[in-house]
Design a protein around this ligand. Structure first.
Ligand code: G1P
Length: 293
């Protein structure tokens, strides 16, 4: 299977209960880090990796995501009339002209595996990417998905983005045990969804970046409810491993767990420090603040 990765799936139907009340009427994926919603960082990472079809698996209350990636006709007219060309360009660059967005409703939030399976009619018989916008991964030179697509070109198999986490946190992630590594890539020998620290096979955690072969769909179809009573992508990947090699890839870059309040706050501060208009004033402010702490 030597096909290019042209499609990315964004499972964004989750309720975002950890961020209530902020997420009562606003999807968690639309919470901004400085001035850009998490969802847009994820789409930009996919576009940078050469992906041109974005498939959003959404749910009720997520229509704002669709609006964000649609043309804002009245706003554009208004900005044009006011000669705000820079802002207009910024707005128009959200979806580059060669990129298509497809929205699929996941009627019930039955788990990540179920969400990914909702994309199967659109994906067909091609390998594809999955990006979870909660995991914001920063690498100014070469985005995480770009690195993974390059690796896919060499190995033509499913690849999961992984990172070492605190051994006490294994219960929040899919955890893998790997064989002998070849640089940053290693064959996965075992994968378990959210094991308690005492029984975790390692502390190598799957972050929200996957490249999957289409064989995953048939595995999801026969995957029973797993951890948390949900149809887990991790369990379908475990089944896929019986037939195909699956690699773990320790990406280069900084990951921010924006699904947690602390991770979200850290991402906000660090992106403030990188922001070209804000960074000087923000650094001065933080230095001043540090003296008072
Ligand atoms: C999901 C996956 C898990 C993975 C994690 C990465 O869990 O099920 O395997 O490690 O994303 O963020 P969730 O965070 O949606 O509970």
């Amino acid at each position: 299977m030597s096909k290019k990765i042209t499609k990315a799936v964004f499972p964004v139907a989750g309720l975002g209960t950890r961020f209530l009340p902020a997420t009562k009427a606003t999807p968690k994926e639309m919470l901004p880090i400085v001035d850009k919603p998490l969802m847009q960082y994820a789409v930009e990472e996919a576009v940078a990796a050469g992906i041109d079809t974005m498939i959003f698996i959404t749910g009720r209350t997520k229509n704002v995501i669709m609006d964000h990636f649609d043309k804002a006709y009245e706003l554009e007219k208004e900005l044009e009339a006011r000669n705000k060309h820079d802002t207009l360009d910024l707005l128009r660059s959200i979806v580059p002209p060669h990129v298509s967005c497809i929205f699929i409703r996941q009627a019930e939030a039955l788990g990540l595996g179920h969400a990914v399976n909702c994309a199967s009619p659109v994906i067909g018989d091609e390998p594809f990417a999955v990006i979870l916008p909660d995991d914001l991964i920063e690498n100014a030179d070469c985005g995480c998905m770009t690195q993974m697509v390059e690796l896919y070109q060499q190995h033509q198999c499913s690849i999961l983005g992984v990172e070492r986490v605190d051994p006490f946190e294994t219960g929040s992630y899919g955890i893998v045990k790997v064989g002998e590594s070849n640089g940053r890539a290693s064959p996965i020998e075992l994968i378990v969804e959210k094991p308690k620290p005492a029984v975790a096979p390692s502390n190598l955690a799957v972050v929200g970046r996957y490249i999957l072969t289409p064989a995953i769909f048939n595995k999801i179809k026969y995957t029973a409810k797993g951890a948390g009573g949900e149809i887990q992508l991790t369990d379908a990947i475990a089944a896929l491993m019986a037939d195909e090699q699956v690699l773990a890839y320790e990406f280069e870059g900084n990951r921010y767990d924006c699904g947690s309040k602390l991770g979200f706050l850290i991402a906000t501060v660090e992106h403030g420090l990188l922001h070209k208009e804000l960074k000087d004033d923000f650094i001065a402010y933080l230095k001043d603040l540090a003296k008072k702490l």
